[in-house]
Design a protein around this ligand. Sequence first.
Ligand code: ADP
Ligand code: SR1
Ligand code: MG
Length: 420
Amino acid sequence: MSLHTPDGYQALDNHSVRTFLAGLPEIRSKLGGAPERWTVEEVGDGNLNLVFLVDGPDGSVCVKQSLPYVRAAGESWPLPLDRAFFEQSYYRAIEPHVEGLVPRFYYYEPKLYAFVMEKLSPHIILRRGLIEGKRYPQAAAHVGDFAARSTFATSDFGATIEAKAELTARFAKNTSLIRITAEVVFSDPLSPSPRNRWTSPELDGLAARFRSDSVLKAAVAHFGWRFLTEGQALIHGDLHTGSVMVTETDTRVMDPEFSFVGPIGFDVGAFLANLVMNYLAQPGHATAADDRREQADWVLDQVPVFWNAFKTRFLSLWETSARGDAYPATMFGNPADATVLAAAREVFLDRIFADAVGYAGVKTIRRILGFAHNADFERIADPARRAPLETKAIELARAFLLEPASFRTPEDIVAAAKAI
Ligand code: ADP
Ligand code: SR1
Ligand code: MG
């Protein structure tokens, strides 16, 4: 099958990516030397796109390009190309607010649905590092800081009605990827979708039980509705540990193609869920030399680190940078207002936490019963070893959704994950 694409589009390869970059004077001089001497490697290991790393004698860049289909599924699952437009739009929109926490953005070519950004090196994907038993002391706090800065600045606390409306209108058109999330995250995993898969036959009974759990399905559908309707801020939309590249000291959030104006708790919950899944998967990566217990405890300790960084930054921005039209500063000028305003802010953050717990439940279920699974579990080759760990994760996810009153603080999540 050959998919129709607009005039001027062609999927890049190791040769044509050189020609493309050689035609961009600033990028060409950044790389230096002759284009035919540049080294090019296609490293895309994600579900959707092409990613090229290009090195010249003087520098390096990364090129990311949309394909007209879902890479992980092939041409049988066509997908419009415009996700590259939204990914670069997100970087441009939030760059001033999250300095140093995203790759530097260089150039977007609309005809190719491709953009050029900083090549992150020697960074690796956070999820991969955690699976390998590595620790990144700054990462969780940096991602918490990122989530707070990016959402505060684009919410009605940090942005005017007019500025937020621009973002809402622009990113509302990211319908292909909003639809993918609505389907592969919220609806497919608890429906009889042919796109689903799970560790079989070990989890066959569990999958059937979850699909016939009406109360659970209603809870997931409730969060699915809120995902579509609560335009609180510009969110990343896919903020798991595979969307973060790290060194011991540096953290960059990447892959924001699913961005749109949605619920803040969706980003927060995605990162929480992926920390908890990595914690629960650690015994599956144990070896004779390393039982991974200390690593697992360290990963779980990042749950409060992440949340506290998010909350602290969000509250401090609310104190210092409230330029939006929600809770306008002019309304709260009396000294007596301060205590009430501080309490209202705490209530708001408690709500975001509660939302995050619900979304974390949804995001965990989809990684075990849905289309796109996590390397944290997938890299455990032996299904007899993997299935019990996946079962723990999905039972905890069910509790996140059906027993929200048990999860008021990050320490509640830590305790429940240890107890399961
Ligand atoms: P997809 O959108 O298809 O999921 P990703 O954005 O996750 O693709 O990128 C796929 C892989 O490419 C990442 O896992 C990472 O290894 C590599 N990569 C992506 N962006 C960069 C970058 N700026 N610098 C270095 N490597 C990158
Ligand atoms: C069909 S794409 C499935 C998943 O890949 C991306 O990384 C997102 O998580 C999406 O839900
Ligand atoms: Mg992606």
